[in-house]
Structures are given as C-alpha cells and as structure tokens.
Design a protein around this ligand. Structure first.
Ligand code: FAD
Length: 365
C-alpha cells in the first residue's frame, strides 16, 4: 500500500481484538484512516495472539470469542481450530473496514517529545503521535515463577505459549502448574495420553452456574476496582472460579484428573518435592515434564519511559486512560482483558480521544 504518514493524532499499538476494536471506533469518531491514526502490530499477519493458540483449541472449547464491532463472527464450524478461524475473521475485518494496520512493526519505546506529543520508537523507524492507545495484550509476556532447583531439572520445562499437542508427552509424567483455564484444559487433554500431576497455589474454586451476564459484571467490577487503586489486575479465573459447566472441565472431573496438590517447594533434577509442613512434607513426584500454565503479564515494557507506574505495581486507571494521563489509554488491560471487554474499551477510548484531541466537536454515537 501507500506509505502511511509518520506524524498522526493516534498510534494504536497492537492489532488483536483490542486494537481492531479501537481502530474501528477511531474511524467512527472521524479520525481519518492512515492520515490521522495507524495501528502498529508486531505480527506478520492478522490474528493477534490467536495466531499462536494450540491447534486443539476450538471455539467450542473457548469461553466465547465476542464479535468485533460491526461484523458478526460466523465461523464455519465450532470445531475448527481457533488458530485458523479467528485470524481469518480478523483479516476479513481489517479489510472490510480498511483499518490502517502496519506490520510487522514492533514498538520498542514510547517517549514524551516535550511538546505534549509522543515519539513511538519501533524496529522500523519512529512515529509521532498526540495520543497513544496501548493494545498489546499479554501473549508476548508469559510468566514463569521461580523455584529452587529449577535450573537443575533434567526434563523439559515449557509454558502454555509453547504447548502444541498432548502427543509429544505420551508416556512421560507431566506436572502441570497453575489454577486457570489453560491448566485445566491442558490437563484434560494431556491426561488422555499419559499420567499427570496438578499443582495450584490455592485450592481451586469451582463454580457450577453458567458464566452469565451477572458473573461477567461481577468480574469486571472487581478488576476495575483493582486497577483504580493501581493494583496489578489478577486473572479472570481468580475472580470467577473455574466453571464446571465447561465440557473439558466436566470431563477432567469425571475422570479424576483434576485432583490438585499444593505447589511443590523445590524442583529436583528428576522431579518436584515438598518440604513445608502442609501435609505434603516429604512427598516427591518424579517428572519428565513441567508445564507452567502460570499465566501472563501485561506486555507494556515499551511504556516504561513514560514512568506511569511504580515498579512492581499496575497502572492506576481511570476508565481506559491512565490516571492523570488522558492521552495514554490501555485497551485490553485489566477489566477489558477479554474479547467483550476489549470491544467496549476500544469504543470508550476512541470517544475519550475525540473529546481530548478535538474538544467541541460532536461525538459519534
Ligand atoms: P492480543 O490478541 O494478544 O493482541 C495484541 C497484539 O499486539 C498482537 O498482535 C501482538 O503481536 C501485538 N503486540 C504486542 N506487543 C507489541 C509491541 N511492542 N509492538 C507492536 N505490537 C505488539 N478471551 C475471551 O474473551 N474468550 C476466550 O475464549 C479466550 N480464550 C483464551 C485462550 C487462551 C489460551 C488465552 C491465553 C487467552 C484467552 N482469552 C480469551 C483472553 C484473550 O487473549 C483476550 O480476550 C483477547 O484475545 C486479547 O486481545 P488483545 O487484542 O488484548 O491481545
């Protein structure tokens, strides 16, 4: 395509669900595509993190991928791998709404220019913007906790992001660490071909009811409160509990593979071991594989030069904007870190930026 201007009103960083929803909403608020806003995305093709999901993850097994604004998601089949159907939908979406996505572009730092604007530094030169919407998700920042002895383990360690297929673990004992949706789903799969041990920091909280609007609102309210206070947003499962209604969870429970132990205290060359006096002291479990389903952190390292948060803390948020910084918005962060939340947040950010950058002009609906 034609080269995009390097000096724009808004740079959106990331073109997953959150970035695309924001791009759609910016266009709706009258920002001109390409000339006044661009999306810079690190991936070589559409799809955001969905390009990297493991092949057995289907829409039937996800918690539901919400439609992007303006174009319903109509996959051919619930059984198609999400790693294919979601990127195809995003590609169609970008094309249909002519979203000005530039890729692959990796943003390395965002700095203030001193004239009330921002320099967005990337591996392909820099852009200047009056405002920045960060929509970089979490997938590029997998989190693995540290345990004594970890580096001496002779087996294989991997994180959820590295998982492809249960078959590669056949006949090897797998320790799965983590209490979230990924952990339970991977356990259900892997336990069909080999033996597993599940460890979680806290006993899982099972929720029988459906994940309905009320539960959704409760989750959002809890996480919103956390980010208003500048705490790190926790995982959604930490708030909802694990849903026993999900088919893979029900299956795992029926087969008895979702019996958990507290997390071990150390890793040995051949497995894991418990020392603390919590009823497990002295227990060891030999392991060939440790699978860290231990979640993610927000991918926000490039925002560090803006000094918007205290080390080890989250961003203090006021809606989608960083408190005290009306020209930096985070979409897909905290309470909006779900496909439905990202949609709403993208639209809220675009409205706020319209008011901020063009005061006095009427807002689109
Ligand atoms: P992403 O899809 O990660 O998009 C971020 C984009 O930003 C990527 O393209 C990335 O390359 C780019 N990027 C990152 N850093 C930079 C940088 N420095 N410079 C340039 N570009 C950058 N949510 C649901 O609502 N329903 C589900 O069923 C569901 N299932 C999930 C299953 C798994 C296994 C996981 C891990 C998460 C799941 N989620 C689900 C949560 C889901 O990831 C989010 O809801 C949503 O997809 C995140 O969208 P996003 O746009 O914020 O992030």
């Amino acid at each position: 395509g034609s080269p995009t201007p390097r000096d724009v009103d808004v740079v959106v960083i990331g073109a997953g669900q959150a970035g695309l929803a924001t791009g759609w909403a910016l266009a709706r608020q009258g920002f001109e595509r390409g000339r006044e806003f661009v999306l810079l995305d690190g991936e070589p093709a559409p799809g955001g993190a969905w390009r990297h999901r493991w092949p057995s993850l289907t829409l039937g097994t996800t918690h539901r991928v919400h439609d992007l604004p303006g174009l319903p998601f109509r996959p051919d089949s619930e059984d198609a791998p999400a790693v294919e159907s979601v990127p195809a939908y995003f590609a169609d979406y970008e094309h249909r709404f002519q979203l000005p996505v530039v890729r692959p572009v990796r943003v390395t730092a965002v700095r203030r220019t001193g004239q009330g604007a921002f320099t967005v530094e990337t591996d392909r030169g820099h852009w200047t913007a009056r405002a920045v919407v960060n929509a970089t998700g979490t997938w590029t920042r997998p989190f693995v906790p540290r345990y004594p002895g970890q580096e001496l383990f002779r087996g294989r360690q991997l994180h959820t992001v590295d998982y492809r297929d249960a078959e590669e673990f056949r006949d090897r004992h797998v320790v799965v660490v983590g209490g979230g949706a990924s952990a339970t789903q991977l356990l259900a799969e892997i336990s069909r071909v080999t033996s597993t041990t599940w460890v979680t920091r806290r006993p899982p909280v099972w929720r029988d009811g459906p994940f309905d609007e009320d539960v959704g609102r409760e989750v959002v309210a809890t996480v919103e409160q956390a980010v208003r206070e500048g705490r790190r947003p926790g995982s959604v499962v930490g708030v909802t509990g694990l849903l026993t209604s999900t088919p893979y969870v029900r299956d795992g429970l029926d087969r008895g593979v979702l019996e958990r132990l507290p997390v071990f205290d150390r890793i040995t060359p051949d497995g894991v071991a418990w020392d603390a006096a919590d009823g497990e002291a002295g227990r060891t479990v030999p392991a060939d594989v440790i699978l860290w389903a231990t979640g993610f952190r927000a991918a926000v390292g490039h925002l560090a030069p803006l000094r918007l948060r205290e080390p080890g803390r989250g961003f203090r948020m006021d809606g989608t904007q960083v408190a005290g910084e009306p020209r930096v918005h985070l979409v897909g962060y905290g309470p909006s870190a779900s496909t439905i939340g990202a949609n709403r947040a993208g639209q809220a950010a675009a409205r706020a930026l319209r008011r901020e950058l063009r005061p006095g002009t009427p807002l689109a609906r």
